[in-house]
Design a protein. Structure first.
Length: 181
């Protein structure tokens, strides 16, 4: 757990110029606290200890203002900046190196228990403050979701989405392929 905390705290220091030290990132960032709680709750959830996992996740919500269902799958180096009002649903999946700002919802739009109801966010995505991503959609690698956008459809890799409903205003896939080759 200590290795996890240090890695996530270093990620905060890299991404937030306001973070002056590793100790500050560990002690003062609610996103990191929420991730520590989630890691414990998710471990219990995977072992079928659903009630205990939910109790821990609700404690995290009370302490941090960030609600992450213990069933959600979260990769490495998730940076939740400010965090208040972030909601991540049960079947949500978040890749590595993702940044989420305050007020973001990765939510469902109904559906049946046991089915995928929440978004999948691939690696290197940035989701702006207040954005709502709803349903079993996929946000492609490197995409950017603008503040307060409401996303109801899949988003291509490296695209920028804004508005209500969300629409692609820029697609940088061609530019990014140039650097990959």
């Amino acid at each position: 757990m200590l290795k996890f905390i240090i890695e996530e705290a270093n990620n905060i220091k890299e991404k937030d110029p306001a973070a002056k030290s590793l100790l500050e990132a560990i002690l003062c960032y609610p996103g990191l606290k929420a991730l520590v709680y989630h890691r414990i709750a998710h471990s219990l959830y995977k072992r079928g200890r659903f009630l205990l996992a939910r109790i821990i996740s609700q404690r995290a919500r009370k302490v941090t203002g960030i609600e992450i269902h213990p069933g959600a799958k979260i990769g490495r180096k998730l940076f939740i900046d400010h965090g208040m009002g972030v909601v991540i649903g049960e079947t949500a999946e978040i890749g590595d190196n993702v940044t989420i700002y305050h007020g973001v919802t990765l939510g469902g739009i109904g559906g049946e228990a046991g089915k995928k109801r929440h978004p999948t966010v691939e690696d290197d995505v940035m989701i702006g403050a207040g954005a709502k991503i709803l349903g079993p959609v996929t946000i492609g690698r490197g995409a950017k979701i603008g503040a307060n956008a409401v996303v109801l459809n899949d988003v291509p890799s490296y695209a920028t989405v804004v508005g209500v409903p969300g629409r692609v205003v820029k697609n940088n896939l061609k530019d990014n392929l140039m650097y990959v080759i």
